[in-house]
Structures are given as structure tokens and as C-alpha cells.
Design a protein around this ligand. Sequence first.
Ligand SMILES: [Zn+2]
Ligand SMILES: [Zn+2]
Length: 281
Amino acid sequence: MIRTGVFYSEVMRNDHAPSDMNIGKGFDAIVKEGLFEVEGISLIEAEPVAEELVLRVHTRRLADEVRRDGLWEVGRRSAGAVVMAFDRVLSGELDNGLALVGIGGHHAGRDDAYGGCCLNHEAIAVTWARENGRGPRFAIVDTDTHHGDGTRELLSGDSNALHICYCGYGRGDGRTGVCLPHASGDEEFVRRLRAEVVPLLREFRPDLVLWFCGLDTHRESYGTRCLTSDCYPRLCEVLREAAGEVCRGRLVVRVGCNAPARVAAEVLPRMVKVLAGQPWR
Ligand SMILES: [Zn+2]
Ligand SMILES: [Zn+2]
């Protein structure tokens, strides 16, 4: 039996983000499909990360700005969902995890944030893990439609972090920071994720794979990738298999659902099913 944790808090169902990310609608669909009744799948309340941890990654100035903007609670809980998923998966308590976040993170650098992001979940989780003797090697696969510039900045020069981005325009050093061109549909994306990312993961041999999944690549969102709701569980299958091969299945998926409610309701239950080894079609 595969043990999958879903990390969520009602705080994520928010009006805090510039636009409602509809993550709550995706969560409702997971509940409605009865997935928390399936053996092995558990729901875990996402707690906020401590201010101290935030300040290991970000400046006091940015933390104060996030507080003033009213995003402190949802930002810290979103980071907390990823940190808790890292904790449970790295300890072996869970095989994999899905962190549902209420606000974005990959455009948050050390001292500034924009584009619906406030605190960098990925860098906070990596920092937390290392300070707690976990890891130290982490691979982050970012399939959002935009470049993960904040994450790239925070992890640059870190030889124990591999950051792969499907943005089409960012720059990488080609070793620990890789930016790949956009794919233009389901078939191409699934094929290229397998052909381009899996070999990099094999070579890097991380302790855990973090998939940063932005649903803004969906054809009904503002992304330009024309993906359908079937693509995300297929990408998830590729990364679950790769994690099985390179790091004993340790996969954490972080989803920020910047897509219409219907898309959230279609995609999120399928991703839970893939992580838990259930048929999703
Ligand atoms: Zn994006
Ligand atoms: Zn990039």
C-alpha cells in the first residue's frame, strides 16, 4: 500500500491572492470523490512555518511587507504544507505528498516577491530539511508556465539543488539550473518530461523530488501551453516513476491552482489517485 498525504488548510481557500486560485474547489472534489476514505490516503492540516524559518530565506523587509499585505498567514501555511510534506516523506512516514497551496512562491526571491507570490515554499522547505539533518540533495521540477526566478535566485550556486524549469526563457548554468523550452500540448510535454527530465534526475540522484506544478499551463487558464486536464496525472505518473527509481519514491507535489474551478476539480483528484497508485482514467 502506498501512503500518500494531502496537506491543506481552509486558510488556502482564500481571497488573499490577486485572483482566487480555486485550490479550495480542487480540495472539495478530492473530498467528494471519497479519496480520504481510501486506505493509505490521509489529510493533514497544513500548519504555518515559524517566522524564524522564513527569515533564514527572506529579508525582514520582505517579511514585513507580506504581513502588511495580509498574506502572512496564507503564505506561511502554504510554505508549511510543503515543509510538512518534506518532513513526512523524508522520515518515511509517508511515501509521497501533495501540498495544496493558497498563494504562489516561485517568484519570491530573498528581498522581493511579485506575480501572486509572497514566500518561497521551495527554498524554505529545502532550508528546513537541511537544518533538520534531512537531504541534502533536492531536485525541483518546475512545470509552471513562468520562470521560477525567485527559486533560481535562492538556490543559485547550490550544488546540492537541481532546479529545472519549463519556462522557455530563463537562463540556467546548465548544471544545477536548467531552463527548457515550452511544450505545446499534452503529448509533447509528457514525452519531453520523460526524455529531458528523467535523465537529469538519474544523474543528480536527489534525496527527494519536488514537483512545482502550476495549473496556469492549462488551456483554460492564461498559460500558453494548451494542456488538458489529462496531462497533469500523466506528468505525475512520469515523476512518480522517476522518483521510484532515483529516491525510493520520495515525491512531493506542490500545486497552486491558478486555473478555473472546473479545472481544479478535474485535476486535483486525479493527481491524488496517481500518487496513491490508483487508476485515474
Ligand atoms: Zn505561473
Ligand atoms: Zn526557467
